[in-house]
Design a protein around this ligand. Structure first.
Ligand code: UD1
Length: 420
């Protein structure tokens, strides 16, 4: 029996929400644990299924795990075995590609199933492979398994990425941390999760400078030591709640956030009619007047994040004058718009943009979460819709949004799980 969500829309959201640690920072840090042969304490792990799957993969490989709380662990990876990777589980996660860099760096060899995760059409790994091969690895794909070896060890080199890929940058940092000599990654991704990975590894004794800029320099070290580390707050979870309250109307205080990571998310919300005040680690958003249209264009950080565009779509559907979203990172990331159309939205898709007519009345019906952020868009649409929305395939949301039913209920949403 698969649980669905029943959402009775139309209630303005009001109250306070605490933001959890960032999934997309926690995942690379969990795989980076393979490089550290001493005990590490991690805090701020978001309680979501992608994190649970990754912990299970590490445990199957031999990691010793102690749970301190739902968001904190102590973990020791000294006795891990690269040949014990549970390949079936790796196919559930995009981030399992990080096993390549981490396992090569620790053991000189790596294996993983073809990484899964959200389906945005083709999700190539060529930049990852080229980077690892430049450092001295051989990567092969056979019978649905990716294998990498570096019998002669990994050696620091200069590499320039064709696109500032988050995943390739993570794999480069993981592979270079214990490599011989200096690696320089040019045109690197600049996302806060890259900075968090580098901060974690540096806290363990790595020598990484430039994370957060386009040029990252990694001087290989011979070993790392244990540490205690707290994962950075999730800017996408924060942005999703900001969109939800902008869409339903209401007033929310968002706590435990890094406002500097929201630099591309707050301006369009203000333009659409929200009033936002920012303090050191919290912010408040209020929207009581009309919703206005805008144009969004996704880009690598510090640009407007591709992981936020679906959540803006319900707002653009309802806004006066509508708007347009250009998708420059994942051109096929508009599969969720079909579900919005079932609710009465008027959307016209072109090759890499979507036009929203605006002024639409969203009406509750049965819809599906097509992927993680598309699922968040459906949740927001359901919260604004007239009548009841039945949201299926909720597992996509559970991969990345901690306790979202409880958090939304605390804001006054009428939302509950049902089995059928
Ligand atoms: C990560 C995030 C994902 C987010 C994306 C962009 C995780 C687990 N996933 O995905 O949520 O949507 O960043 O912020 O952290 N590309 C290539 N070749 C490659 C790699 C990427 O051409 O080898 C292209 C992709 O087709 C895409 C773009 O680069 O157009 C961005 O991909 P990338 O930044 O690598 O995304 P992921 O790391 O897969």
């Amino acid at each position: 029996m698969t649980p669905h969500l029943l959402i009775r829309g139309g209630t303005p959201l009001t109250g306070e929400v605490w933001i959890d640690g960032m999934k997309n920072a926690a995942l690379p840090i969990l795989f980076a644990l393979l490089l550290v042969r001493e005990e590490v304490t991690l805090e701020g792990l978001p309680p979501v299924t992608d994190i649970e799957t990754t912990l299970q993969i590490l445990c199957k490989m031999g990691a010793r795990l102690e749970r301190i709380s739902p968001t904190a662990i102590r973990i020791h990876t000294k006795n891990t075995d690269p040949d014990a990777v549970p390949l079936k589980w790796t196919t559930e996660l995009r981030a399992s590609s990080y096993l390549l860099g981490a396992s090569l760096g620790r053991f000189g060899r790596a294996a993983t199933g073809i990484p899964g995760g959200c389906d945005f059409g083709t999700r190539p790994l060529d930049q990852h492979f080229r980077l690892l091969e430049t450092l001295g690895a051989t990567v092969e794909q056979e019978h649905g398994i990716l294998r990498a070896t570096a019998p002669g060890g990994l050696h620091g080199k200069n590499v320039r990425l064709d696109f500032p890929s988050v995943g390739a940058t993570v794999n480069g940092i993981l592979a270079a941390t214990l490599a011989n000599g200096m690696t320089v990654i040019e045109n690197a991704a600049r996302e806060p999760h890259i900075v968090d990975l580098a901060d974690f590894l540096n806290a363990c004794g790595a020598e990484i400078v430039g994370a957060g800029t386009s040029s990252i320099r990694i001087r290989g070290v011979s070993k790392l030591h244990g540490t205690r580390y707290r994962i950075v707050p999730d800017m996408i979870e924060a942005g999703t709640y900001l969109c939800a309250v902008s869409a339903t109307g209401g007033k929310m205080r968002l706590c435990g956030v890094c406002p500097e990571h929201l630099g591309a998310i707050l301006p369009p919300l203000r333009k659409m009619g929200a009033t936002i005040t920012v303090s050191e680690n919290h912010l408040t958003l209020e929207r009581s007047g009309s919703l206005y249209g805008t144009v969004l264009e996704t880009a690598p950080y510090p640009g407007f994040p591709t992981d936020m565009q679906p959540q803006f779509a319900p707002l653009l559907c309802m806004a006066r004058g509508g708007g347009r979203i250009y998708e420059r990172v994942w051109k096929k990331r508009f599969q969720y718009t079909k579900e919005l159309e079932k609710m009465g939205a008027n959307i016209l898709l072109s090759n890499d943009f979507a036009d929203f007519r605006g002024g639409d009345r969203l009406v509750g019906t049965q819809i599906h979460a097509t992927d993680l952020r598309g699922g968040a868009a459906m949740l927001i649409a359901g919260l604004c819709a007239e009548g009841t929305t039945e949201l299926c395939d909720v597992r996509h949301l559970e991969r990345g949004y901690p306790n979202f039913v409880a958090k939304l209920t605390a804001l006054g949403a009428d939302i509950s799980y049902v089995q059928n």
